[in-house]
Design a protein around this ligand. Structure first.
Ligand SMILES: Nc1ncnc2c1ncn2[C@@H]1O[C@H](COP(=O)(O)OP(=O)(O)OP(=O)(O)O)[C@@H](O)[C@H]1O
Length: 588
């Protein structure tokens, strides 16, 4: 069972190496050969050193000088080689690591939304940055040190046997004892690595949450409780650190004990052999160096085995993400006929996860001409959910969604997203200029078009008061803009896309009455030549709709114009009753 697990782990590592490291094999082979050459040459030094000691004892000065020169040249050469090796090794690790991260990054941003929802930000961040680096440096370390370790072991074994078979008997104790320590401790190292990584995920998520909600924390005076939470994180980290120190030290202690016993045994046996003239002091020193080389090479193998436990955890975490289903790249294919748009939803059933209650249950609707369509209903009734289905962020579980007669199952998401402009409740902004943030809507738009859209939504005047006008950087999450200005910017960006279908989700929630009126009139104008779906929980903003869909408990409970619904729908009247009296008077 255990050996199967080990085989499986090795297989996973092989797959990883094949995918990410093999493409760099020329560089790697060069590096391995350099390490191999360096190790080979370096191994001559202990032999030379022993010879130097013996030539001192025999006062052979001429021979000693020759040995000193060779020793010096070998040392300088291997040192320079080591510097170049280090450069090659580090740049190789960097390149491989970045190619893993590029793949992972692409995978993460394309994960199906349903999968994406299941992870915290910290989990993505640590897997992308921490885990991938650990795997790469381990794999490169194994590959490059493999040959070097083998060469070291072979040369050391050759010399120790050559110098004294009797002294070499120490290996009979050293090797099995060191292996036993490693194999017994492996399980604990693996558990510890798992705990550390789970801790890191939560730690990064926590920081991300705290740093992106600073104003909320201040206004609710949560600084002290957040500090307390941070302290708890530190103390959990400290517990993990203590465990790790304990485990590492115990293993080091046992290994040192094994090494000390072995070295003392070698000294004792050497003394006996020297007394019997079977060994010289010089060869004893050489033997010691070679046997220590042998021991340290074996210990390197064992250490790699322990790091493997850590790396397997990282590899499983990276593989888990890489194996999740992501949105496939599809070619958009032929465009829809844009003369008219026909949406059809038949008995749609949708829930966010298998254990959740359905959000939409038997949801049916139809939109068959250009116009302004209001989707209204209480909080949480499923309005945004239907918007997300319309741009295929999620797939319908049962039932069918159709656009111009084509089933959503057969429409590439690219084709939908190219033709539908969806403005979310809380839209996205990048830490870039006003101009670029608007141009994300249509990268080929001219600056004049951007200005024109900003004028339409009454944002141009404000932008012109900014220090660099349209070139002003708006900060992370558009931090320099008010929430209403952010909504206007989102709408300007959407208008710039110039599509035939628009979905606006609560885009006027933060606007003052005058601005809301202006935006509704802009969108009404837009709807003469397109389908505008306007989602809101406020009846006031959809009163002027050509048709209103009243959503309740996952279905379209009623549909019709405002005047029809006010006379025929109790639920609509209830929603309407709660709006501002002034507006009510104006529309009744
Ligand atoms: N990613 C998600 N995972 C699980 N449940 C979700 C998710 N998003 C929304 N929900 C749930 O689905 C239901 C419908 O949410 P939705 O956002 O569609 O409501 P809404 O009608 O737009 O509400 P509001 O008017 O408050 O914006 C809610 O009960 C909500 O808790």
């Amino acid at each position: 069972m255990k050996s199967n697990k080990n085989k499986e782990d090795n297989e996973k590592l092989k797959v990883f190496i094949k995918k990410y490291i093999s493409p760099k094999k020329n560089r790697l082979v060069f590096l391995v050969l350099m390490i191999f050459g360096g190790t080979f040459i370096k191994n001559i030094n202990p032999y030379l050193y022993g010879k130097m000691l013996d030539s001192i004892s025999s006062s052979n000065m001429e021979y000693l000088i020759k040995l000193i020169v060779i020793y010096f040249v070998v040392t300088i050469f291997t040192t320079l080689l080591g510097i170049y090796e280090d450069y090659l090794g580090q740049t190789l690790s960097f390149k491989v690591s970045k190619s893993v991260q590029k793949n992972m990054f692409d995978k993460i941003i394309r994960l199906k939304t349903k999968v994406y929802d299941k992870y915290d930000t910290g989990e993505f961040m640590y897997r992308l940055n921490g885990d991938s680096d650990e795997i790469v440096s381990f794999c490169i370390n194994v590959i490059t040190s493999f040959l070097h370790i083998i060469v070291n072991i072979a040369i050391s074994l050759y010399f120790v046997f050559k110098i004294s078979t009797q002294l070499t008997s120490v290996a009979v104790f050293y090797i099995p004892a060191s292996f036993a320590v490693t194999f017994l401790s492996r399980k604990y190292f693996k558990e510890l690595a798992k705990r550390r990584k789970e801790y890191n995920d939560k730690y990064y998520s926590f920081q991300n949450e705290i740093f992106s909600n600073n104003t909320g924390i201040k206004s609710y005076m949560l600084e002290d409780s957040m500090n307390e939470k941070f302290k708890n994180f530190i103390s959990r980290d400290f517990k993990i650190l203590k465990r790790s120190i304990f485990l590492n030290n115990t293993v080091d202690l046992l290994n040192n004990l094994i090494t000390v016993i072995s070295s003392l045994y070698v000294i004792y046996l050497s003394a006996i052999l020297i007394r019997s003239n079977l060994l010289t002091i010089g060869t004893m020193v050489s033997f010691n160096t070679y046997i220590n080389n042998l021991f340290s090479s074996i210990s390197e193998v064992l250490k790699l085995n322990i790091s493997k436990q850590n790396v397997i955890i990282s590899l499983n975490r990276v593989n888990e993400i890489m194996s999740k289903s992501s949105e496939k790249r599809e070619t958009p294919g032929n465009n829809f006929s844009l003369k008219n748009i026909n949406f059809e939803g038949n008995e749609i059933y949708f829930r966010y996860s298998e254990k959740d209650k359905p959000v939409l249950n038997n949801f049916s609707f139809e939109i068959s001409s250009f116009g302004f369509y209001g989707f209204v209903g209480k909080n949480g009734c499923g309005k945004s959910t239907i918007a997300k289905l319309l741009v295929k962020l999620y797939d319908v579980e049962y039932g069918e969604l159709k656009l111009n007669g084509e089933s959503y199952k057969d429409i590439p998401k690219e084709k939908l997203r190219r033709n539908i402009t969806y403005v979310q409740k809380e839209d996205f902004f990048f830490d870039d200029t006003v101009l670029n943030n608007i141009k994300f809507g249509n990268p080929v738009a001219r600056d004049e078009e951007v200005i024109e859209m900003c004028k339409k939504v009454d944002l141009d005047e404000y932008i012109n008061t900014l220090p660099q006008k349209y070139e002003t950087v708006i900060g992370e999450g558009a931090s320099i803009l008010s929430s209403g200005q952010k909504q206007k910017l989102s709408i300007a960006r959407a208008l710039l896309r110039n599509t035939k279908i628009y979905i606006f989700d609560e885009v006027t929630a933060n606007l003052d009455g005058k601005s809301e009126k202006l935006i509704i009139s802009v969108l009404k104008e837009l709807s003469k030549n397109s389908v505008v779906i306007f989602i809101s929980h406020k009846v006031s903003s959809i009163i002027e709709s050509d048709e209103i869909f009243l959503i309740d408990e996952g279905i379209v409970a009623e549909r019709g114009s405002h005047n029809y619904l006010i006379q025929n729908s109790k639920l609509y009247c209830e929603l309407f009753k709660n709006i501002d009296l002034n507006i009510r008077e104006k529309v009744t």
